[in-house]
Design a protein around this ligand. Structure first.
Ligand code: ACD
Length: 141
């Protein structure tokens, strides 16, 4: 019985995750206004984000958390979804190189900062080293 329940749980996890897809430029474009509006981000900041400038302030941190949440890359409870991030950033290639780079930045929030700061911190860490990969991962083909 124990094994049956364990197999069922595993199957539920696998099937739930099979729904996730690599996120596209179109997905990101749809999420931008949703996150900007829900957080009342002023237009000048949105324009900075379009130029890939993300100042370290509360609104921006929460914006990143919102975008990553919608993309299935981060959630408040578990933090970063390393598997999704590796797929998103690797686009089916280079996963063995990218995984340790993601892991380096995907902290488990040992200092218990708020989730906005947590999401922003991982993003900032990764993009300092690999902005090109982040940008390429949502470029139109
Ligand atoms: C905007 C919002 C831009 C939001 C930033 C990135 C979204 C684009 C690509 C997502 C791909 C991967 C996530 C990138 C880095 C996180 C790495 C975390 C590692 C722990 O343009 O308005």
């Amino acid at each position: 019985m124990k094994y049956f329940v364990a197999v069922l749980l595993l199957a539920a996890v696998v099937f739930a995750d099979a729904e996730w897809k690599i996120q596209t430029a179109e997905n990101l474009n749809a999420y931008r206004p949703e996150c900007a509006n829900s957080l009342s981000i002023p237009e000048d900041k949105v324009n900075e984000y379009k130029k890939w400038n993300f100042p370290n302030d509360e609104k921006t941190q929460c914006y990143i958390k919102c975008i990553f949440g919608k993309m299935g890359l981060f959630n408040e409870k578990d933090g970063f979804n390393v598997e999704h991030l590796v797929k998103q950033l690797g686009q089916g290639k280079n996963e063995t190189i990218i995984r340790p780079e993601v892991v380096k930045c995907a902290d488990k929030n040992p200092q218990k900062t708020n989730a906005c700061q947590w999401a922003y911190r991982g993003f900032d860490c990764f993009k300092k080293a690999h902005l090109d990969l982040v940008q390429t991962s949502v470029k139109k083909n």
